[in-house]
Design a protein around this ligand. Structure first.
Ligand SMILES: Nc1ncnc2c1ncn2[C@@H]1O[C@H](COP(=O)(O)OP(=O)(O)OP(=O)(O)O)[C@@H](O)[C@H]1O
Ligand SMILES: [Mg+2]
Length: 223
């Protein structure tokens, strides 16, 4: 089943002579049960693509469908709800709250929605990611790679149908890259989720079902 579809999407930033064309006629399809990798160099439009695919910002042209709905037809609150219930975001900036401990990052999610992972399932996830000993620490006390793994765990905590991850392995060593690659692959293949990872990390290739390349805002699918 189709989880996310972009149809002829263009994105411009800025106005007049400052206008830059960042995405150019992007067509993209993410199915449940597959890990889609979008590989591209810095500045190629990966984060722009991912935030548009997740409804965090609007395209200048074209359509974005999430879970069978054209998101342009949704009101702001409906779109927020769709995102909260269906999508787990791992953003490039991690988006952890500096004044909350690791445990409280999850407690905050519990205040926003019900039906999140059980304490037991969360513990298993934290152990798999090697961060179970860090629950009482604050983001400022953690390394980049530790924060990155907390951000991954938080995105997965809602058990979302769709997982969108922006450079989720940028701060990780090769052993951790394998753990995260395998985790995302299993979420797609064993748990039937749609996973989209944008990255320039070629180490993730072996875990992907579909590979797209993005260069200067133009996306192509590899056979
Ligand atoms: N809010 C914005 N306003 C203007 N230009 C922007 C904005 N966000 C991004 N850009 C520009 O759009 C282009 C694509 O940026 P984007 O962040 O999508 O690239 P990226 O592939 O994610 O890069 P990186 O690998 O460095 O994270 C860049 O040239 C960037 O400078
Ligand atoms: Mg980026």
């Amino acid at each position: 089943m189709t989880a996310i579809e972009l149809k002829n999407v263009d994105k411009y930033y800025g106005q007049g002579i400052a206008r830059v064309h960042v995405l150019s006629d992007v067509n993209f399809l993410a199915e449940l049960g597959q890990l889609n990798l979008v590989i591209g160099p810095s500045g190629s439009g990966k984060s722009t693509f991912l935030t548009i695919a997740g409804g965090l910002q609007q395209p200048s042209k074209g359509e974005v469908w999430i879970d069978g709905q054209d998101i342009a037809t949704l009101k702001g609150k409906e779109r927020d709800r769709l995102r909260l219930d269906k999508i787990g975001f791992v953003l490039q900036s991690y988006n952890l709250l500096p004044y909350l401990s690791v445990a409280d990052q999850f407690a905050l999610v519990d205040r926003m929605r019900k039906g999140n992972l059980s304490q037991e399932a969360l513990n298993t996830l934290l152990v798999d990611l090697g961060i179970d000993q860090l629950v009482n620490k604050y983001p400022g006390e953690l390394s980049g790679g530790q924060n990155q793994r907390v951000a991954i765990a938080r995105a997965l905590y809602t058990d979302p149908q769709i997982i969108l991850a922006d450079e989720p392995t940028a701060a990780l060593d090769s052993a951790r890259v394998k753990v995260v690659g395998q985790l995302f692959h299993d979420l797609a293949v064993k748990h039937n989720k749609a996973v989209v990872v944008v990255t320039h990390d070629l180490r993730l290739r072996e875990f992907a079902d579909q590979v797209y390349t993005i260069i200067d805002g133009k996306m192509t699918k590899e056979d």
